[in-house]
Design a protein around this ligand. Structure first.
Ligand SMILES: NC(=O)c1ccc[n+]([C@@H]2O[C@H](COP(=O)([O-])OP(=O)(O)OC[C@H]3O[C@@H](n4cnc5c(N)ncnc54)[C@H](OP(=O)(O)O)[C@@H]3O)[C@@H](O)[C@H]2O)c1
Length: 252
């Protein structure tokens, strides 16, 4: 059987790393990307290879759309040399950063950085990678619970995630002709390095969120990695154009 291959952006740490490991545990080959942390990315590649699955890591700044043609050629090269393939099967648009600033205080520079990384980046990266996607493949975008409920300091960030939710439906509509389905996962607050590791390291914030979560704790990377692997499984092939919140029931 041909091995499926996933491109996972931001696979060096946090949710992308966890998802890459969970997908690899199902035998899916992984092309992961990192922005700065090449060593962390290589460590993830080694962990995947130890499972007997092929993996490779490429540098990518999703905020720099001018680099996408070269990145796409690099993906093509890896597909050919590592897998002897022309196409990949799954795209997980996960890479991202958090900036906490109130609506009143958000600077234009912060807005531009967020829009480049969280909206323009995934928009044009997906467009650039489309010729390498197998017909019948799957795209999973990443939103946030913050696009449904409001917490102070996330006006710009959450608005970009909201834009990704709308884009997901348009992509699903237009890419359906190629049998490609497009969905978006919206994690609740998860203990990662995101936003300076606030949810993990600030006990007050951690407890505040846990108290507002039906299942009584904040999320862990495993909660989301497992969900991503499940959402990209064959059993969910008919799910399309959906926002799936995975938050343990935050702010119900
Ligand atoms: N954690 C949460 O509470 C939470 C909740 C909802 C949604 N999300 C979303 O989930 C996604 C992953 O977040 P996370 O918690 O896993 O964050 P994280 O632990 O900080 O990891 C971020 C990942 O994205 C990469 N990255 C950062 N900036 C990049 C850029 N400009 N270009 C390319 N890659 C870049 C990082 O690469 P390097 O290692 O090289 O820096 C790293 O692999 C984001 O889209 C975030 O908005 C997170």
């Amino acid at each position: 059987m041909t091995q499926h291959i996933a491109v996972v952006t931001g696979g060096s740490r946090g949710l992308g790393k966890n998802a890459a490991l969970k997908l690899a545990a199902k035998g899916i080959g992984i092309i992961l990307t990192y922005n700065n942390n090449a060593d962390d990315a290589q460590q993830v590649v080694r962990e995947i290879e130890q499972k007997g699955v092929k993996a490779t890591a490429l540098q990518l700044n999703v905020g720099d759309s001018a680099s996408f043609p070269a990145f796409t050629r690099a993906v093509q090269e890896q597909l050919k040399t590592v897998w002897q393939r022309e196409t990949f099967d799954y795209l997980l648009n996960n890479a991202g950063i958090g900036i906490n600033a109130s609506f009143a205080d958000t600077t234009e520079a912060q807005f531009d950085q967020l829009v480049n990384i969280h909206f323009k980046g995934p928009f044009f990266l997906t467009q650039s990678l489309l010729p390498l996607m197998k017909n019948g493949g799957r795209i999973l975008n990443v939103s946030s619970g913050l696009a449904r409920f409001c917490q102070p300091g996330y006006a710009a960030y959450a608005a970009m995630k909201g834009a990704m939710e709308v884009l997901t439906r348009y992509q699903a509509k237009e890419l359906g002709a190629r049998g490609i389905s497009v969905n978006i996962i919206a994690p609740g607050a998860i203990e990662t390095d995101f936003g300076g590791g606030m949810v993990r390291d600030n006990e007050q914030i951690n407890q505040h969120i846990a108290a507002q979560t039906a299942l009584g704790r904040v999320g862990l990377p495993d909660d989301i990695g497992d969900a991503i692997a499940a959402l990209l499984s064959d059993e969910l092939h008919w799910m399309n154009a959906q926002r799936i919140e995975v938050s343990g029931g935050m702010f119900l």
